[in-house]
Design a protein around this ligand. Structure first.
Ligand code: NAD
Length: 469
């Protein structure tokens, strides 16, 4: 989804909430219209956009100025929070859209944060460690007045990791001597105050969301089927049933994962190991290649290869080195393979008007942010396919970031089990709320249900803080 599509959805959902008399019932008539107009104006616009050019001296002794952003969308629910992305595809619209999605995601999961995002326009694979260290420090210097543990708290995103967060927090400490610094960044290494399990949290949470919907929710509906409204809702429910029945019959669920980084590799491993739903992970992909094997890829070997070389094997020699058998297909072939479940864990705009009619999966899980364009989302919904939206599925990372931020304030650290238990509990709570509401109230779209829940929370806070008249 683009920023325009996200803003249009916010406007449309607030329009629907306005007509729901049970929401803020004391707000009536002309005043209700005015207050909703104001709320729409606030939530479809962004608090602050900061752009800077970072000066980097390259190893070849040339000087480069690289565009960098920090964009803060809204902080009514708490301090701004959102990742920093290093990618050559970063641009202002994309960063703004991701900041809006963070506001909605944090509100949906009841986290005490607002939404922000950062980005630097560079391909990290083209820069040495020294150059990346310099970029990270310069980023903190440039945006120093806008970040901090009680103002705006960045985290890793695509192309950044705990090493970058450690560098950034180190620089933050230098720039702000004597201040509380640990909580200024999350996603740090454990030695540096990071939460155990943070790196795996988004992939685990993404898989948990899908697992909960199919294994917990769909299985338990047997006695309550009549509560599900007709039309797409029934088709979707039938699709979910067919997934767990396949697993139970021993046929195995065919699952594919696009993107094999932090999120995708962990989600693939969870699916491969899952005792409740039996999968063949038939395909995984990265920025160069799709790997396919009809009766399931060797995921542990691929994870080990990815950890050593930073990408999937993409030639016959590399497959041999990895000890993996697979067909080598084009990068985008994964999107239209004949599978039951497709986890999207790479980048934005992967399923669009151009390929939406060719996709075969019946369940899509958005581990990445905004991988499905609005037009394609509507089409898939009309076909009775299930799309588990980004703001619901990929919140495991920010949930664990919240635990990291909390533990850094008191310097008492959670165990990995405590982190996992809290994240799963919170994720399942959110899933229960969204899917129960969606399937029993007949709301037009799972994404719409998520947006409505988030917007109701944000709107209530703005109204109660006396910010809307
Ligand atoms: P990452 O950099 O670790 O991995 C990205 C993966 O996507 C890599 O395997 C890369 O090769 C692949 N990729 C890039 N372009 C591709 C393309 N065109 N086709 C197929 N694969 C491609 O990033 P990540 O942290 O795993 O993040 C992936 C997505 O999840 C992003 O959209 C990010 O915003 C989102 N996300 C990440 C987190 C987190 O905690 N890491 C949290 C929430 C959302």
């Amino acid at each position: 989804m683009s920023i325009k599509e996200t803003q249009q959805m916010i406007e449309q959902m607030l329009g629907e909430i306005q007509h729901d008399e049970a929401f803020l019932p004391k707000l009536k008539g002309e005043k209700r219209q005015r207050v909703f107009r104001s709320g729409t104006e606030v939530l479809t616009t962004t608090d602050k956009v900061v752009k800077s050019y970072i000066r980097v001296s390259r190893d070849n002794r040339t000087i480069e100025r690289i565009p960098a952003y920090r964009i803060q969308h809204n902080n009514i629910a708490g301090f701004y929070k959102g990742g920093i992305r290093f990618s050559e595809a970063v641009n202002e619209e994309e960063v703004e859209n991701l900041a809006v999605l963070m506001t909605l995601k944090n509100a949906l999961h009841n986290l005490p944060y607002g939404g922000a995002k950062g980005g630097v326009v560079l391909d990290p694979k083209e820069y040495s460690e020294r150059e990346l260290n310099l970029v990270s420090k310069k980023y903190v210097q440039r945006f120093a007045p806008d970040i901090g543990p009680t103002h705006d708290i960045p985290a890793p995103d695509m192309g950044t990791d705990e090493r970058v967060m450690d560098w950034m927090v180190g620089e933050y400490k230098t720039v702000h001597p004597g201040e509380n610094y640990l909580g200024a960044f999350t996603g740090k290494s454990i030695d540096n105050g990071g939460a155990r399990g943070r790196r795996e949290a988004t992939g685990r949470g993404t898989y948990r969301c899908y697992w909960w919907l199919v294994h917990k929710w769909a299985r338990e509906q047997k006695d309550k089927e009549e509560l599900i409204p007709k039309g797409e809702h029934v088709k979707q429910y039938e699709n979910l049933k067919s997934i767990y029945k396949k697993s139970d019959s021993g046929e195995l669920i065919k699952l594919a994962v696009q993107g094999f980084g932090n999120v995708g590799s962990v989600a693939a491993k969870m699916a491969d190991d899952c005792p409740d739903l039996k999968h063949h992970v038939v395909s995984v992909s990265d920025h160069k290649v799709t790997l396919f094997k009809e009766n399931g890829l060797d995921i542990p070997k691929l994870v080990a290869y990815q950890e050593e070389y930073g990408h999937l094997p993409n030639t016959e020699e590399q497959l041999f080195k990895a000890g993996v058998e697979a067909d080598l297909l084009d990068r985008d072939a994964i999107l239209t393979l004949n599978v039951d479940v497709l986890i999207l864990a790479a980048i934005e705009d992967q399923i669009t008007e151009d390929n939406m009619k060719d996709v075969k999966a019946s369940v899509f899980v958005e581990g990445a942010n905004a991988p499905i364009r609005a037009e394609a989302d509507h089409y898939l919904h009309s076909q009775g396919k299930v799309v588990i939206p980004d703001i619901l599925a990929n919140a495991g990372g920010v949930m664990v970031s919240y635990l990291e931020w909390k533990q850094d304030r008191i310097t008492q650290f959670y165990t990995e089990q405590e982190v996992l238990d809290e994240m799963y509990e919170q994720m399942e709570e959110s899933c229960k709320q969204v899917f129960t509401e969606y399937f029993t109230k007949g709301i037009n779209g799972i994404r719409n249900t998520c947006y409505q829940n988030s917007l109701k929370r944000l709107f209530t806070l703005m109204y109660k803080h006396g910010k809307l008249f």
